[in-house]
Ligand binder design. Sequence first.
Ligand SMILES: [Zn+2]
Ligand SMILES: [Zn+2]
Length: 721
Amino acid sequence: MNRVRLLVFNAALGALDYRVPEGMAVEPGSVVVAPLGPRQIVGIAWEEERLPAESVPDARLRPLAEVLPVPPLRAELRRLIEWTADYYCAPLSAVARMVISSGGALRGPATMTEYRLSGGMPERMTSQRERAMERLEGEQATIRELAEIAGVSEGVLRGLVNQGAMEAVTVDCDRPYPRARAGHATVDLNPEQAAVAARLVEAVNEGVFAPFLLDGVTGSGKTETYFEAVAAALDADRQVLVLLPEIALTQAFLRRFEDRFGAPPVVWHSSLKSTERRRAWRAIASGEAQVVVGARSALFLPYARLGLIVVDEAHEVSFKQDDGVRYNARDVAVMRAHFERLPVVLASATPALESLQMAESGIYERLELPSRFGAAELPAIDTVDLTEDPPERGRWLASRLARELAERLDKGEQSLLFLNRRGYAPLTLCRNCGFRFECPNCTAWLVEHRFTRRLACHHCGHETAPPATCPECGEPDCLVACGPGVERIADEVAEILPGARVAVATSDTLNSPERAAEFVAQVEERAIDVIVGTQLVTKGFHFPELTLVGVVDADLGLEGGDLRAAERTYQQVAQVAGRAGRGEKPGQVLIQTRHPEAPVIAALAAGDRDAFYAAETEARRHAGAPPFGRWAAIIVSSEDEAEAKEAARAIGGTRPDLADIAIYGPAPAPLSLLRGRYRYRLLINARRSARLQETIRSWLDALAFPRGVRVSIDIDPYSFV
Ligand SMILES: [Zn+2]
Ligand SMILES: [Zn+2]
C-alpha cells in the first residue's frame, strides 16, 4: 500500500492522507491534485514524519487524481516553508501558498490568445472605440486586461475585433526570456569596489552559506559591485534573486541591469498580469530564468538552482509584510541562503541596527564602500532651526531654504524637497465649528488631495468629495487645511518661485512603472526644477543635476511611539540627503527642525553615522529592544467592538507568567478602528533566550474565539499601530 501525506492550502483542513495509485510517481515536494468531497484540491506531498495528521486506515484512503507537471519543491524550500511558519507563528498552508503563487503555472505548457491593434480602422467610430484605440497603442494582452487598461467594457473591444481593428495573436505561454550575458559590458570599478566584488565572486564560486553586509555610502556604486557577483553566478549557470523594496522604482534599475548584462532580468511583483506571472513562475521553477528582480514575494518562488541572493536597500521597512504571513523578507532571505547553502548580500547605506549588530558579532561579513564613485563627494549637511527662522504663517519653508531654492533655479540646477506626507493637508476642519473630517472605518483623519479633489483615508482607501457645506454646522465654504502635505509644499514653491517647474512625486502620482519612468526621464531632461516628494524619492534615483535637498520637517518621524522612530528618521534623511550632489557639482542638504539638538538630528548634521548608531545601540540595549531583546505583538480585531474587547481580555487574563517575557496590555491599538474592525493589542518584550514563539502558540492555542474575531501574531513587528 502506497500512501502519501499532503500539505493543502486550507489551514482548517490540516494535513490529509491519500493513496498513490499504481504507476503514479510521487515524491516529497510533488505538487498533486487530490479529491476532497465532490471537489478537487491542490496539495504538496510532504514527509509524513514532519507533518502530523490524524491517522486514516488504508481502506478509507482515496486515490490521488494526478501529479501536476511541475518540478517537485526541493527539500531546501520545504525546510524554508517550515521554518517561516514556525518562526512567524503562521499556518504552513499560508506560507506554501506564497510558493505556489500562480495557479496557471501548474498546468503545464500552453498557448493563449492575446489581442492588439491591427492598424485597421473600424467601419463605424464611436467615442468609446476611439478612446480604446488611443489607450491601447503598443499594448498586447487578453481582452479582459485590455478592457481594464483602456477603461472600456470588453464588449467595446470585441466590437473592434469583429471589425478588424484588433487582431488575435497566439502566444506561447512559456516563450523563453532573452539571455543575460556575464561578459556583455566592460566594467570599470574603483579599487574599493574591485576588492568587494572579488570577495563576493569568491563566495559565489565556493557555493557555501555566506551572509554579507554590503555597507556603502549613497552613490558608492554598491549595485555595480554586486553585479560582479551576479555575473559570476551567470557564468556558473546558477540563478540569482535580487530583492528590491519599491517596484515603482525599478525602471532605473532595470536599465542599469540591461546595460550591464545585455538583457532585462525576469521581473516579479504583485501587479504582474496573470500570464506574466505564470511565465515567470515556470521559468523560475525550470531554471530557465537566470536573474529574478522582485518585490519581497519573489523570495518564496521555487528556484531550481539558486546561486546568490541580494537584498538591496536592505534596511527598508517595505520588506516587512504586515498582513497574512507577517514575515520580514530581509531575515527570511538569510534563512533561505542558509538552507540552500549560498551567499546572501544585504546592501544598504543605512543598515538596520539588527544587521549592523550581526556584522559586529562576526555572523555577517562586513564589506565597506566608504566613498562615492568618481568625482562625486558626499553633500554638506546643515540644519535650519525653525524656532529661530520660522516660516511665515501658512507657509512651511524657512527663508534660508527658500533662498537656496531660488539660487539653484538661477543656476539651472535641480532641487528636491522631502516631506513624508501625501496629499495637500493631513487634516481638514470647519472654520466655523471646528468639525474634523474623520474616516468612518478607521481612527484616522481624512487627507485632502487637491489634484483629485478628494478627501481620502490613507489606511483603508475610503474617499469622499469635499462637501460644499460643513456636515456638522451647515456653514458653506468653511473648510480649512491644517498642516502641510506635498501638494501644499508644491503650491508654496510655485508661489515663491513662479518660474519654477515643480513636480510632485508620491505613490499617487507615480503609481505605475510607466509613470515612474516618465518622471525619471523628465528630471533627466531637466524639464523639472523642483521635485516635492515622499519617501518614494529617498532612494534609487540618481540625478546628477540635483544639488539641493531640503527636508521640510525632520521632526515628523520622531513623533508617535514607534520603537524604531529614530532609526527610521536617520535612514530616511540620510537616504534623501544622498540624492544631492551625485554628479560633479557638490550637494547641499538643509534639514528643517525644531529640535536641532536631538541626537538623531545632530548626528545627521555632523555626518557622524557612528555617533548615531552608538547612541541608538545604547538606547535599545537599555530598553531590551531588538537586537538585544525581542518584540512581538498580538492584535485582536472584530467588527463588533464588545467582542474584540472580550477576546482581548480573555487573552490578557490567561497570560503566562514567565521571568524572561514581559506582556503589556491588552489596550486599544493606536489605530483602534481600522477598515471597520475594532482592534486591541498586546505587546510582548522577551529576552533573547526566551522561547517566544512556543510560549505564544501554547498560550493562544488553549483559547477559543467567536467566528468574527481575528487574532494575529506579529513576530519582530515594525508597525506599532
Ligand atoms: Zn462646521
Ligand atoms: Zn479609513
